[in-house]
Design a protein around this ligand. Structure first.
Ligand SMILES: *[C@@H]1O[C@H](CO)[C@@H](O)[C@H](O)[C@H]1NC(C)=O
Ligand SMILES: *[C@@H]1O[C@H](CO)[C@@H](O)[C@H](O)[C@H]1NC(C)=O
Ligand SMILES: *[C@@H]1O[C@H](CO)[C@@H](O)[C@H](O)[C@H]1NC(C)=O
Ligand SMILES: *[C@@H]1O[C@H](CO)[C@@H](O)[C@H](O)[C@H]1NC(C)=O
Length: 523
């Protein structure tokens, strides 16, 4: 009998508890809402969070393209349709230039974009190595980077000599063959004191300086890279000239429109790698005034590294050097901020170089390089803001949060991965619909076909999709009107991938795969 009242009492207490919980919940919610509105510091994220499946899957695919592009004697080859190739590259100069990576759908080794690929890959690993590790992509990325830096070390046999190209583009482009079957001549091209190449030598210095940080646990390799980087920077700085003026033939493919950006970029990487203040003085002093184009936003690309240098130097202001009296560093940060303000779609200074669907669009050839490079810089900048507790940037008076930059970066990645009017992914192997006619010799010729230089052209012209999948290739991408000609292999403007595109998309996806704070210092 006494059970009923007591049980009623329990129920009564339960109701009281529920009401109390609701009241407390409401109070907590209101307080939280208020604190979100206030201008407190941005929350600093901790170690890597749970990976986002979409970006994790895409990252695992994107890193595979580096394996497809490897030249030389392959080690632990994971690509069924690839084998050893170009084993004698460099032999006429008694050098081993067999490693490194083919540039795109062809078999050229072009020094300027290859070194840029390595620099972007190093930067990605330095900032996002912990995130890449969560999805098992750190070791593959380091392996790909080393495949390039091994080559770069051998390409620099004397202080003032750097081999910047293997293969002759006219000869190479006269053939359509698999790299494994290649018989065409592989001439070498160098820059030296009489025919200088400040741009390519400085980019190679940047690649080696940044990689020396990635490989610092292997002190012999790391210090070799750093020694090469310093020598190359001195060579680049002392013997100034555009490589495309010294060697006009290179202008058809990778024309360099300036070398000041590479000098600043290399010095900034050397500063990070050495802590030697003279490199910082180099970028903030006279050379900064001369080359940095302070105040003017530019597009980050294999040709122009200014925006990259601005973001990388902002890192110092955000996370390291709090000395606000360094006016040069402040100018770099201001310019990086102008770049960011240009990218955020609703900012008063937003760039008009966009498709209707919101993709940054600057050039018809390889259109995706600019949106992906821009989004990579945006995700880095938003993470510098978060890790330093910086709540906002100001664009002509309007404020934007780190999350606005990350949202922009995601919008570009999502476009690439299928959220676009063509409803297709431009990353080969990702999603349900992606390019099947990639302009890529190895992917287009069956492994059992025996072709020479000329009889392989039938495979370019074939109406069938590629027999081999160029997994991880990021193709050139859409026209301004957001169309893509998907059944034409000779459509190199849209359907050709490049190794440097892959470095940029790997950078972007590594930044998006999970949230975490960036490391305070690389050293
Ligand atoms: C210097 O480089 C130029 C351009 O590649 C080349 O023609 C020349 O032979 C090189 N000089 C020497 C001494 O090898
Ligand atoms: C290469 O760049 C220079 C400097 O911007 C320019 O004057 C030249 O016309 C370009 N050459 C080619 C072939 O695009
Ligand atoms: C889209 O742009 C390309 C390149 O400018 C053009 O060839 C094509 O006809 C255009 N397509 C449409 C549907 O407007
Ligand atoms: C492929 O396109 C190039 C121009 O990019 C052209 O010169 C060549 O004739 C085309 N080849 C074929 C087989 O259509």
């Amino acid at each position: 009998m006494g059970v009923k009242p007591s049980s009623r009492g329990c129920f009564g207490w339960f109701i009281v508890a529920v009401i109390l919980a609701l009241i407390i919940g409401a109070i907590v919610y209101t307080v939280k809402k208020k604190s979100e509105k206030s201008e407190g510091p941005a929350p600093i994220p901790g170690p890597p969070g749970a990976p986002d499946k979409k970006y994790a899957d895409a990252l695992k695919i994107a890193t595979q393209f580096f394996d497809i592009q490897k030249s030389g004697k392959l080690v632990d080859n994971k690509i069924s349709w690839r084998g050893d190739s170009a084993l004698r590259d460099g032999s006429q100069a008694k050098l081993d230039l067999s490693k490194g990576m083919y540039d795109a759908g062809d078999h050229m080794k072009f020094g300027l974009p290859m070194a840029f690929t390595a620099t972007v890959l190093s930067w990605t690993i330095l900032e996002y190595g912990d995130q890449m590790d969560v999805v098992n992509q750190l070791e593959p990325a380091k392996d790909s980077l080393k495949w390039i830096t091994d080559y770069l070390i051998n390409a620099h046999p004397e202080a003032n000599v750097l081999y910047i190209q293997v293969g002759d583009p006219d000869t190479d482009h006269g053939c359509w063959d698999r790299p494994e079957d290649m018989t065409e001549k592989r001439p070498l091209t160098q820059v030296n004191t009489s025919f200088p190449g400040t741009d390519v030598a400085a980019e190679t210095a940047a690649a080696m300086a940044s990689a020396s940080l990635v490989f610092k646990s292997d002190s012999t390799y790391s210090s070799a890279l750093l020694r090469h980087a310093k020598e190359l920077f001195t060579f680049a700085d002392k013997y100034r000239g555009l490589y495309s003026e010294s060697i006009p033939e290179v202008a058809t493919y990778y024309n360099s429109t300036g070398y000041g950006d590479e000098l600043l970029w290399a010095a900034c990487w050397l500063y990070h790698a050495t802590g030697d203040k003279s490199y910082l003085q180099y970028v903030t002093g006279q050379n900064g005034k001369l080359f940095a184009q302070w105040g003017s936003p530019t597009w980050f690309s294999w040709d122009n590294k200014l925006a990259g240098a601005q973001v990388l130097l902002s890192r110092l202001t955000f996370l390291g050097n709090k000395d606000t009296s360094n006016s040069g560093l402040q100018m770099y940060k201001k310019t990086a901020e102008a770049v960011m303000c240009g990218l955020i779609p609703d900012s008063p200074t937003a760039t008009k170089s966009r498709t209707d669907g919101g993709l940054i669009w600057v050039s018809e050839w390889n259109a995706l390089q600019h949106p992906v490079a821009s989004a990579f810089l945006a995700v880095l900048y938003s993470d510098y803001m978060l890790s330093s507790g910086t709540a906002k940037i100001s664009c002509n008076g309007d404020s934007y949060k780190p999350s606005d930059l990350r949202k922009f970066a995601k919008s570009q990645a999502d476009y690439v991965l299928g959220n676009n009017p063509m409803k297709m992914s431009y990353l080969v192997g990702y999603g349900e619909k992606y390019p099947q006619y990639v302009h890529h010799r190895g992917a287009s010729i069956p492994t059992d076909a025996t072709t020479g230089c000329k009889d392989g052209w039938t495979w370019l012209k074939s109406k069938e999709p590629n027999p081999n999948e160029a997994t991880g290739a990021l193709v050139g991408g859409p026209f301004l009107n957001e169309t893509f000609v998907s059944n034409d292999r000779n459509n190199s403007m849209q359907a050709e991938p490049s190794t440097y595109n892959s470095a940029l998309i790997v950078g972007l996806l590594s930044g998006l795969v999970t949230t975490s704070s960036v490391v305070q210092s690389f050293t």
